[in-house]
Structure formats: structure tokens, C-alpha cells
Design a binder for this molecule. Structure first.
Ligand SMILES: [Zn+2]
Length: 301
């Protein structure tokens, strides 16, 4: 009798777990946003951690299993997370292939920056033909990302549309409040000259009025060369770029050297939720980055 009861309890528990829509995202920021829109009706897993270079995530069998179980897959798109393609095809999950109801490209509708006008070739580094893919670093784009997620969840589970919409509006209200707070906080950063390790902060800089100046990488995805670094140092000395931003997963030796030679402050920043200790949510990313930049402003040479 007792074992029958246990078996029933297990069956019940697993059926409620499966009743939740299974969502897989390529990044932790998308995971957090999908959790806000999906609420307790979804179970969300991210294929990458927040402290990884999202251009180069190595596909693993455990990730294929996650995609296999997914009802909805949310990705950054614009060729950033191309590694997800091999996972989708290995999973043979028709629900999340390109064009299926469970396929969500979070970039749809985003105003893209830096769309290359010339012909793209391999010598240009890891350049993206659809434009710069780091759009989630402008937090106002979160409403577009959330729109895309909402549409995907509704396609996958139309009966729960009202609940998803209620969560979505709650997220948008919270976002509106945070955007006001961040704009105010970032006011002293307007016009501050910044060099970044990778070309990942253009959307952020546009939103908050920073003046981007150059990259430690000579071309996206390529390690710094001595000639590029020397040119950058000369330019920084001439124009006075006071801050270098670098994500924690990049090798910091080159950036440290440039900082030492120019008197600029090196600021190690998260570019996703989980990117640094204490940065748990997508909103935390902007709290942390703005605080770090404000703190570093005093280091202007
Ligand atoms: Zn990039």
C-alpha cells in the first residue's frame, strides 16, 4: 500500500513538473527575462553561464539533452550564439527548430548597430554580418526581448496567454522604473571616454552617453597585437581615455599593460547575469557596471 502511494506521489510530482513549459535559453540574461515572463508556469535553463564568452561556447552532450526536452528555445541571434545550431540539430527536437512555434530569436525588432556596409571576409575577425549582436547591454532593449519571449510562450501554450501577459506587464513596469534610475545614475558618465576589450559595449554606450574610443582587440575575436596596442596607447595618451572596460573572461594582461602605460583605470565588468559574484539578475548587470564606471571616473589621467 505504502509503495503504491509513493508511486502515485512520484507520478503526480513528475506530471506537475512536466506540466510546466520547458524553456531553454542560450544565455543567463535571456533565462532571467524568460523567468519573469513565464513566472511559475515555466521552467527555464540556460545553456551558458554568465561568465563565458558567448561567441565561443563549446557544445556538450548535457546541453543537447536540455534542448531535447525544450518546448521553447530563446536565443540572442545575430550570429552570436551560432553554437546553438549544432545543439538543435543534434537534439532532433522539431519544436525548437528555426521557424517552429517554440523558436524565439530575441533580437527580432531590435534596432541593430554597426551593420557592416562592406563585404565581410575572414580577415575582418569575428565580424557579424547582421550587425553588432551585444544588444542586450542596452537595457531598454529588454522590452523588445521580453516581447519576443512573450510571443514564443503564447505560441507554445496559448491557454496561458493571460498569465504570461500579466507577468510581462509587471516586468515592463519594473524595467521602466530601473531605466529611470539607471539614466539618473549614469548622468555623470556622459562623454566619458572609454576603451573596451571587445566591441561589446556599443549599445550600452549609446544608451548612457559614453564615448567609445577603441578596443584592446584589434578586430573582434583577435588577441591584441603589439602594433595595435602601441597605436591605442598613443591615441589614449593624446585624447585621454580614462577607463578600460573588460569582461572577466578575457585575458587581462594586455588590458592591464595599456592601463599601466596610460594611467587609465581598468574596470572588470559582467556582461551577463552571473558574470561576476553577486550579479545574479539581468538588472544586477547594469547596477554593477554603472557603479564600477562611476567608481573608476576618478582615475582619469
Ligand atoms: Zn562580439
Amino acid at each position: 500500500m505504502r509503495s503504491l502511494f509513493l508511486a502515485l506521489a512520484c507520478l503526480l510530482a513528475s506530471s506537475t513538473a512536466w506540466a510546466k513549459l520547458q524553456v531553454v535559453t542560450t544565455t543567463t540574461d535571456l533565462k532571467w527575462l524568460a523567468e519573469q515572463v513565464g513566472g511559475d508556469l515555466v521552467e527555464v535553463e540556460s545553456l551558458s553561464s554568465g561568465g563565458q564568452d558567448l561567441h565561443f561556447v563549446e557544445p556538450r552532450p548535457s546541453m543537447v539533452m536540455k534542448v531535447k526536452r525544450a518546448d521553447v528555445l530563446v536565443r540572442i541571434g545575430l550570429d552570436l550564439d551560432m553554437w546553438a545550431d549544432s545543439l538543435v540539430s543534434a537534439s532532433r527536437n522539431k519544436k525548437v527548430v528555426y521557424g517552429a512555434p517554440g523558436y524565439v530569436d530575441a533580437s527580432v525588432g531590435v534596432e541593430r548597430l554597426q551593420i557592416p556596409t562592406d563585404k565581410v571576409d575572414a580577415g575582418m575577425g569575428d565580424l557579424h554580418v547582421f550587425g553588432n549582436p551585444h544588444y542586450w547591454l542596452d537595457p531598454s532593449n529588454a522590452s523588445i526581448i521580453a516581447d519576443n519571449i512573450l510571443e514564443g510562450l503564447v505560441r507554445a501554450e496559448p491557454a496561458k496567454e493571460a498569465a504570461f501577459k500579466e507577468n510581462y506587464w509587471k516586468l515592463l513596469r519594473a524595467l521602466t522604473e530601473k531605466l529611470k534610475e539607471w539614466e539618473k545614475k549614469a548622468a555623470p558618465l556622459k562623454g566619458v571616454k572609454v576603451v573596451t576589450y571587445h566591441n561589446s559595449w556599443v549599445y550600452f554606450a549609446k544608451r548612457f552617453g559614453l564615448e567609445l574610443f577603441g578596443n584592446i582587440e584589434p578586430k573582434p575575436g583577435l588577441p591584441p597585437s603589439p602594433s595595435h596596442v602601441n597605436k591605442l596607447i598613443a591615441m589614449m595618451k593624446e585624447k585621454g581615455a580614462g577607463i578600460i572596460m573588460a569582461e572577466s573572461y578575457f585575458p587581462l594582461k594586455g588590458a592591464r599593460m595599456v592601463a599601466d602605460k596610460t594611467g587609465a583605470r581598468l574596470v572588470v565588468v559582467p556582461s551577463s547575469a552571473g558574470g561576476l559574484p553577486g550579479v545574479r539578475t539581468y538588472f544586477d548587470v547594469f547596477d554593477q557596471v554603472l557603479d564600477a564606471l562611476l567608481d573608476a571616473r576618478g582615475g582619469k589621467p
